[in-house]
Design a protein around this ligand. Structure first.
Ligand code: URA
Length: 450
């Protein structure tokens, strides 16, 4: 540390210089405290998040602190305070006073994970209000807003007052929309910084990032779908349990009733990965059909959400009798979309065929996710456009018998030069074995409460 020993005359320029030195020293002392394994005080956390939001703590200082946290971690108290400080960096939405109980869901992201689309109107059809602030995709997992934006006319931006009206409407009750810029702005800036500094992989930083947005959104109850497996952000049950526990604790500390389910993500969900392809599959589910795994998970998550909301309706009935479909159509229309419009279709397709007779024993979620992304369904950098029609259609799933030459996958894109990269991503993603098909495992692997 450098300590200045000579006296300066007071003055505005000197004051500014002194203040910026003090600011820098404070940030440095917080970084070094964490770097050396210390526990940050509430005041230090509040100061650093506030300073970062205002631009007084520089990006390089926040990056260094994030890296120290990746290595040293944070205690439950620190994580709760960090989350509270990120919420306080912006506006907290007030959803109290609605005529129906609020409950939301967050998924940590998986390949073919279109569950939010049928789930939100289904839970609304059971009597809850579902305020689902969602994001756009980055990397191999798609974003809910990208999927819905493939519906002609559908708008992701819904002002807060309109959101309340839609949630209160007994014929709608669900809103899936973009989070406003004033919702936990510290997290928005910090996440962008973590993304480019190798500091995403930290349980307390991930937990506080996700939960700050969900708590600021104002929901009274929250279901977390923490994905585990090759196509998920977390590959092991141990890591997924740790993240789920940290998030459930943060929810409990903030007075939000929170439950986490750990669900399997070694194989893509359903038979499609890609924006419009997934919307079409979601509509099939709402119409009473659709792939068994998507139906199973949608109903399992809906039952948890309905229970969290204190309601007593079986979502399976609301799906079967068409009430969920009615809510979907009303929800899409309320956001400018035409539920009857034709969805975008990619200009080019390519078929991947089975190279042997046998049983499909493995269809790797990560390989399929990367293929869909390379075909144009996802983006590499924030702000990049996505192709609505691009993606992967799966004609067989693990457990299905296949014969040599049978189509396994159809690849869709507007940019046929993407085919070789997508096919390369799939090369090791498919295994055809001999013998009996493996028994299907349950998708829900564990349940975590506070
Ligand atoms: N999603 C988020 O919102 N934040 C993270 O830190 C990781 C995933």
């Amino acid at each position: 540390m450098v300590v200045s020993s000579h006296r300066r005359e007071p003055g505005r320029a000197q004051d500014r210089a002194r203040l910026s030195t003090v600011t820098a020293l404070d940030a440095v002392s917080i970084i070094t405290a964490k770097r050396d394994g210390g526990e940050l005080s509430d005041a230090q956390i509040d100061w650093v998040i506030d300073g970062f939001t205002r631009g007084a703590v520089a990006d390089e200082q926040m990056s260094a602190l994030a890296m120290a946290i990746v290595w040293r971690g944070m205690t439950r108290r620190e994580t709760a305070r960090w989350t509270a400080a990120m919420i306080a960096s912006g506006r907290r939405m007030d959803l109290t006073g609605l005529p129906r109980p609020t409950v939301d869901k967050h998924s940590t992201g998986g390949v073919g994970d279109k569950i939010t689309l049928p789930l939100a109107p289904l839970v609304a059809a059971c009597g809850a209000a579902v305020p689902q602030l969602s994001g756009r995709g980055l990397g191999h997992t798609g974003g809910t807003l990208d999927k819905l934006e493939s519906i002609p006319g559908w708008q992701a931006d819904v002002p807060a007052a309109r959101m309340r009206e839609l949630l209160a409407d007994p014929g709608i009750g669900a809103v899936i929309c973009a989070a406003g810029a004033d919702l936990a702005p510290a997290d928005r800036r910090l996440y962008a910084l973590r993304d480019v500094t190798g500091t995403v992989e930290s349980i307390p930083l991930i937990a506080s990032s996700i939960m700050s947005k969900k708590i600021a959104e104002g929901t009274a109850a929250l279901l977390l779908d923490v994905k585990v497996g090759s196509g998920a952000f977390l590959k092991t049950m141990e890591g997924a349990r740790e993240l789920a526990t940290a998030m459930v604790e943060l929810g409990a500390d903030a007075g939000v009733r929170t439950v986490a389910l750990l669900t399997a993500m070694d194989t893509p969900l359903g038979r499609t990965a890609g924006n419009a392809l997934e919307v079409a599959e979601s509509v099939e589910v709402l119409a009473g059909g659709g792939p068994a795994d998507v139906v199973e998970l949608t109903i399992a998550l809906a039952r948890e959400m309905v229970a969290l909301a204190g309601l007593n309706t079986d979502p399976a009935d609301a799906l079967a009798d068409g009430r969920a479909m009615d809510h979907w159509r009303a929800m899409v229309r309320a956001q400018g979309g035409d539920p009857d419009a034709k969805l975008p279709i990619a200009k080019h397709t390519e078929t991947v065929r089975a190279d042997a007779d046998g049983v499909l024993t493995r269809l790797d979620a990560m390989g399929v996710g990367i293929a869909a992304w390379r075909l144009g369904a996802g983006r590499a950098r924030q702000g990049d456009p996505v192709q609505f029609g691009a993606g992967v259609e799966m004609h067989a799933k693990p457990g299905d018998a296949v014969t040599a030459g049978q189509p396994l996958l159809t690849l869709h894109t507007d940019t046929p030069e993407a085919f070789p990269g997508a096919i390369a991503a799939l090369r090791d993603a498919v295994t055809i074995g001999t013998g009996a098909a493996p028994a299907p495992d349950s998708l829900v692997l564990d349940r975590i409460l506070s």
